[in-house]
Design a protein around this ligand. Structure first.
Ligand SMILES: Cc1ncc(COP(=O)(O)O)c(C=O)c1O
Length: 392
């Protein structure tokens, strides 16, 4: 039944009931005191979630709109930037930069592996003329389930002194610790459909004082995505254009939920579901695409490579199809060259232990249905339960 579909993809994520109710209400005027009060609360709580005193601005658009805003507001044509790419979303930054005429230099790692922080240090240290204007990194690389070492890389960027850090935190904010001020991050972009537990449609951009300085001399033309307009409007608890008011009211409810839970508890929950998922996958004798020490708490990618003859004929998309058809659970496929080679279980946002048990049960049943027998039925569930027993 379509109505019961459960999303276990890395976004859009499941939406809690209170947020659904907010979405179902009549829109309010965006030029009303009522909306001003919502904006004031949402802005304050977004700052809390980002652990920042900086501006945090809301755009109508998906995460990619926030990425584009992160480039055109703070850089100029011909600027030299370093882009870290180890997956689809790192590649997207490089594409964006090139389209806008930046001089893009990439630091790459194989898909499924993390970026090497020392390579950033080397490039930044070699830049004695201070020509590098920005370093652009994807924190949690959703396409591969890898988390990059943002803390160390941002430390190297700070040591450079001039370059801005422009960070994609689309699948890390709200599930992983991203202490924006402590790490000195300049521009941090994210999207509502991930850890925020709200449907797609809002892009979120945090901007440091140093980034605003760069804004003063940045030369790309901009109108709808001109962040200064959003900064001025946000001071007055409003929005420069007609915003998706219902999404913002829904975000008000989910931020309240997050505050009640607390940052530490949110991060611990994501780590717990990640560990349970990974333990389960191992017990099913399937391969994890990313190793433990750089596994993203938001999403786990599973690679199909089996010793077993029947199982070696399994296709990732077939597994996903059976899980969906028989159990109404949507899990994600691989992207680009990983299509049909991996599948991904999203476990971020409105996610709990029960969701993991349900998803792993469905996966076990689907594997059995497809003739894969290289595991003891129930082994995945048992492994997940063991994690839940030790990590409460
Ligand atoms: C890490 C990352 N960056 C950027 C994006 C792009 O966001 P959107 O699809 O909302 O434009 C996504 C979407 O999944 C993502 O996971």
């Amino acid at each position: 039944m379509q109505d019961q579909l459960k999303l276990m993809i890395p976004g859009p994520t499941q939406v809690p009931q209170t947020a659904l109710q907010a979405l179902a209400r009549q829109p309010i005027s965006h030029r009303s005191f009522e909306f001003n009060a919502v904006m004031a609360e949402v802005t304050e709580n977004l700052q809390w979630l980002h652990q920042t005193q900086n501006d945090v601005l809301l755009l109508a658009g998906s995460g990619t709109a926030a990425m584009e805003a992160g480039i055109i507001n703070f850089l100029s044509p011909g600027d030299r930037v370093i882009v870290g790419t180890n997956g689809k979303f790192g590649d997207r930054w490089a594409e964006l930069g090139k389209i806008f005429g930046l001089e893009v230099e990439t630091i790459t790692a194989e898909w499924g592996k993390p970026l090497i922080a020392a390579e950033f240090a080397a490039k930044l240290e070699a830049d004695s003329q201070k020509q590098i204007k920005a370093v652009i990194i994807t924190h949690s690389e959703t396409s591969t389930g890898v988390i990059n070492d943002l803390e160390t890389i941002s430390h190297h960027i700070k040591n450079h002194g001039q370059a801005l850090s422009i960070i994609d935190a689309v699948t890390s904010l709200g599930s992983v610790n991203v202490p924006v001020d402590t790490w000195g991050l300049d521009v941090v972009v994210s999207g509502s459909q991930k850890g925020y537990m709200v449907p797609p449609g809002l892009g979120i951009v945090a901007v440091s004082a140093k980034a605003w300085e760069a804004y003063q001399t940045a030369k790309f033309p901009k109108y709808y995505l001109d962040l200064e307009k959003y900064r001025l409007a946000t001071i007055n608890n409003t929005s420069p254009f007609t915003p998706p008011v219902n999404l913002i009211v829904a975000l008000q409810t989910t931020l309240r939920m997050m505050q009640q839970e607390g940052l530490e508890a949110i991060f611990a929950r994501h780590l717990r579901v990640m560990k349970a998922t990974r333990a389960a996958i191992r017990s099913l004798n399937l391969s994890l695409f990313a190793q433990d020490d750089y596994a993203s708490p938001a999403v786990t990618a599973i690679k199909l490579h089996f010793a077993n003859a029947i199982a070696s004929q399994l296709e990732a998309d077939k597994i996903r199809e059976v899980v969906k058809k028989r159990f109404d659970i949507e899990i994600a496929g691989g992207q680009d060259h990983l299509k049909n080679k991996i599948f991904r279980i999203g476990h971020l946002g409105f996610i709990c232990d029960r969701d993991i048990l349900t998803c792993i049960s469905a996966l076990e049943a689907a594997l059995l249905e497809l003739g894969y027998q290289d595991f003891t039925p129930g082994a995945g569930i048992t492994a997940a339960i063991k994690v839940f027993q030790t990590q409460i």
